[in-house]
Design a binder for this molecule. Structure first.
Ligand SMILES: Nc1ncnc2c1ncn2[C@@H]1O[C@H](COP(=O)(O)OP(=O)(O)OP(=O)(O)O)[C@@H](O)[C@H]1O
Ligand SMILES: [Zn+2]
Length: 802
């Protein structure tokens, strides 16, 4: 091929299309789609990165094409599937294709790294010649074309492999290892010369002879596994029998404690699910299943046994979870069942660790991938099954560009891979459940808990009652008594503080002044560990004032219920009880989540107190009580999903109680005891909630009856923001049919962030074929010129509206 179509790394509207470059003859069979290259761009001498999307023999371009300057990767970093996906993703999310391509790569490849070749066949003369006794060969910018061609050929013939290593030394594990330049005959000769005089040397040579193909071998391994002393290695080095070289080692992510479980005998409901999904795996059809299974119905075992079915057919499986650190049990069970065949991808990994896992997947060493949102781009081949656990979770949607939903990407990949997708939840999203209703997805319901365990007994406590409205703290007598009983029985309790936003703010009791961020329209939050007030949007910090900056009164103090405050109340009420707190403050450190949950799981604490992050997936047999301090906060969200989110949260957290032998109890404190979301959650009755919520969505023309697109406009000048927003709305009105509903422009809930003003327009529609192109046109018209200083963000099917 002589011509390459390249997407360049210049994220602007004008450059959001492929550019043609000629492929230098010397790199003719080196350059292939999925590789990154460096190309000249624009008038000056500027060189930039780009992705090769296609190669071809001819160009329609009349003039002379500029040549590719050099190849950055010597093997493709993105598969053909991923390249195709990038077109769809860019289109669907209104993003630059370059952003989509980069999103699919592990972060290492976007950062500073070194590229190395490592030998696979250490007997090949060309390989030996290239490495010259070194364990690795660095690929630098100064390689000649013939060297590049050689490396390319050796790689294609699987004589060598290529790796990226982050330049940050702390993330690399370098070890000393043993290598030899001698061939097998020379080794035998050397051994004969020793004539058994030096036993340890003979032993070492025997080892080298036997393991010649496995070299280099780490020193520590030689000592530990083969009983060869360090001194013997040193002597052999002096006698030029071997060399000591450095190797970089693959790291295994920490924080995972595989939980060995044997395959369980399935319940009838589980068996039906496994059979149906198993058949779909064999049929190789892109069908979607929705498992609506009550909390504790044993969905995990269904996932594990369907994954096993995929593996039996020599296929791979991809499993997504909302956030690995919050659901360590799920990961531990998957790793426990499938061992080394599993790769775990999550945000807690350093970029080096993440890359290691990515490489194992790409090399085909991995059969099962578990990970959060971005794991949906894992370079797995022959996918036989994709599972999305807790499919209703908003975290599957990325908040930044490209604003993709991993659920949609999974469906796309299932079509290309001809495999089923399994969506699982006790509280499915309305969208998914509605699709199941229509027959687009197969609905599998699991209505019973394992061991015929009852669903927990839930009590709603009306906080408006006289008895409760006069209490000092946040614990009603009912919740207090239940906690007391739980502690006396040596059981465990989970207390949820349904906190939205951050609540420990400062207010003056004299004049009502609230301490706010100078850059953002939000109150500053008190951070006990810093001893400072902090903004959660821009990071602005300031000291805690001891008098009101407005009226000088000393009566300025903290308001709002924070987890620290609740923890204090628990300590006062139950001084003996051991309380663990899990919130943003206690989980900043890597691995902190897992530690807290591990401690609670081994019953080293009696009460786990936390925010939304403790609500899902936890499976602890000793938990018999769940208390919800303030059920209402999510209800007051200015979002059409407020009821859905509240129902999901309360149902999920309630489901943590009474999962093993003992019956669970749940106490929900609320000011809205008659709200259907709270009442249905108390009964753990998804179907009733679904019907009611569907009715209301129908009435108000929202998802899943209408599609929604959220467009936000931001500018440093508020007047300009508003003007642009109105202009935009008018543009849309002229393009869309009368059936489309346009809401706004209205300021977002936090209307100023980092000194920019935000306004939004919501488009609700059923069928608007012109919407997509119109939005692209608007983007082209307004975003091409960065100097205009305002930005538009388009969110297709937003998960949050504020
Ligand atoms: N067939 C079975 N026989 C015995 N125990 C089982 C069986 N299936 C699952 N279990 C056990 O039941 C418990 C609950 O299962 P699991 O955690 O998978 O529930 P779940 O459906 O994922 O619930 P949630 O939606 O609340 O996360 C686990 O401890 C699991 O080991
Ligand atoms: Zn701020």
């Amino acid at each position: 091929m002589t011509v390459a179509e390249i997407i360049v790394d210049v994220p602007t509207m004008q450059t959001n299309r492929p550019f043609e470059y000629s492929i230098p003859e010397a790199l003719n069979d080196v350059v292939v789609p999925g590789m990154r290259v460096e190309v000249p761009f624009g008038r000056g001498k500027r060189k930039i990165q780009g992705f090769v999307m296609k190669t071809k023999d001819q160009s329609d371009f009349k003039g002379k094409l500029k040549p590719i300057s050099r190849v950055i990767d010597l093997k493709p970093v993105l598969s053909n599937e991923m390249l195709q996906l990038s077109y769809w993703l860019a289109d669907k999310t209104y993003s630059f294709q370059i952003s989509c391509l980069q999103t699919m790569l592990p972060s290492v490849m976007r950062a500073k790294y070194k590229q190395y070749a490592i030998p696979l066949d250490k007997t090949d003369p060309e390989v030996l010649n290239l490495f010259q006794g070194q364990a690795t060969f660095e690929i630098t910018n100064s390689l000649t074309d013939s060297q590049i061609r050689l490396i390319n050929r050796l790689r294609k013939n699987e004589k060598i492999d290529l790796r990226y290593v982050v330049e940050n030394k702390a993330q690399q594990i370098k070890r000393q290892a043993v290598m030899t330049d001698l061939n097998i005959i020379q080794l035998h000769e050397a051994k004969n010369e020793l004539r058994g005089n030096a036993k340890s040397q003979v032993k070492l040579l025997d080892f080298l002879i036997q393991h010649l193909n496995d070299l280099p071998v780490e020193m520590s391994e030689l000592q530990k596994n083969f009983g060869i002393a360090r001194s013997a290695i040193k002597t052999a080095e002096k006698n030029k029998l071997l060399k000591i070289v450095e190797v970089t080692k693959l790291r295994k992510p920490e924080g995972i404690n595989p939980e060995k479980t044997t395959k369980l005998e399935l319940t009838d409901e589980q068996q039906v699910a496994v059979d149906q999904i198993g058949q779909a795996i064999s049929r190789e059809q892109p069908e979607t299943f929705l498992i609506e299974g009550v909390t504790g119905s044993g969905k995990t075992e269904v996932y594990l046994q369907t994954i096993e079915k995929a593996l039996q057919q020599d296929k791979t499986a991809l499993m997504l979870v909302p956030e690995i650190s919050l659901t360590p049990q799920m990961v531990n069970r998957v790793v426990g069942r499938f061992g080394n065949q599993v790769a775990v991808l999550h945000s807690g990994l350093s970029s080096g660790e993440r890359y290691d896992e990515w490489t194992r997947i790409e090399n085909g060493d991995v059969k099962v991938v578990v990970g959060a949102r971005s794991a949906v781009f894992a370079p797995l081949q022959r996918i036989g099954l994709i599972i999305i656990d807790e499919e209703h979770e908003a975290s599957y949607k990325q908040d930044d560009n490209p604003r993709y939903n991993a659920r949609d990407v999974a469906l796309w990949r299932s079509k290309v891979n001809h495999c089923p997708v399994v969506l699982g939840s006790a509280t499915p999203s309305l969208e998914s459940r509605a699709r199941a209703e229509k027959g687009v997805y197969h609905l599998i319901r699991m209505k019973k808990r394992i061991n015929n365990q009852n669903l927990p007994h839930v009590q709603i406590v009306d906080m408006r009652d006289a008895e409760n409205s006069s209490i000092k703290g946040d614990f009603s007598p009912v919740l207090k008594n239940n906690l007391q009983a739980t502690l006396e029985n040596h059981d465990q309790a989970i207390i949820l503080l349904n906190r939205r936003g951050y609540s420990s703010f400062m207010m003056c009791r004299e004049c009502g002044f609230v301490l706010k961020c100078p850059n953002c329209d939000v109150s500053l939050t008190y951070h006990k560990d810093l001893g400072k007030m902090k903004c959660h949007y821009c990071g602005h910090e300031e000291p805690v004032p001891n008098s009101c900056p407005n009226c000088r009164s000393k009566k300025i103090g903290f308001y709002g219920t924070g987890t620290q405050n609740i923890e204090q109340q628990l300590n006062d009420l139950f001084p003996e009880a051991r309380v663990l707190r899990m919130d943003v403050d206690t989980t900043r450190r890597k691995g902190a989540h897992a530690k807290i949950l591990q401690k609670f799981g081994s019953h080293q604490a009696d009460i786990l107190l936390g925010t939304q992050m403790i609500a899902k997936g936890l499976d602890f047999p000793d938990v018999t009580l769940v208390g919800v301090i303030n059920a209402d906060t999510t209800l007051s969200l200015a979002d059409f999903r407020a009821s859905e989110r509240t129902f999901q949260l309360l149902t999920q957290v309630s489901g943590r109680a009474g999962r093993a032998k003992k019956t669970g109890r749940v106490v929900i404190q609320t000011f809205n005891p008659d709200h259907y979301a709270i009442k249905d959650a108390a009964k753990q009755d998804y179907e009733t909630f679904f019907k009611q919520e569907m009715y209301l969505r129908h009435q108000s023309n929202y998802t899943p009856y209408y599609f929604t697109t959220l467009i936000s406009v931001a500018n440093k000048d508020e007047g300009q923001t508003l003007k642009q927003s109105y202009w935009l709305k008018k543009q849309l009105q002229t393009a869309l049919s009368k059936d489309a509903i346009l809401l706004g422009p209205s300021p977002t809930m936090i209307s100023r962030k980092q000194n920019k003003y935000y306004y939004q327009i919501i488009v609700k529609y059923k069928h608007e074929p012109k919407l997509h192109d119109k939005l692209l046109e608007i983007l082209n018209e307004t975003q091409a010129d960065a100097k205009k200083g305002f930005t538009i963000a388009i969110d297709n099917e937003p998960q949050h509206i504020d």
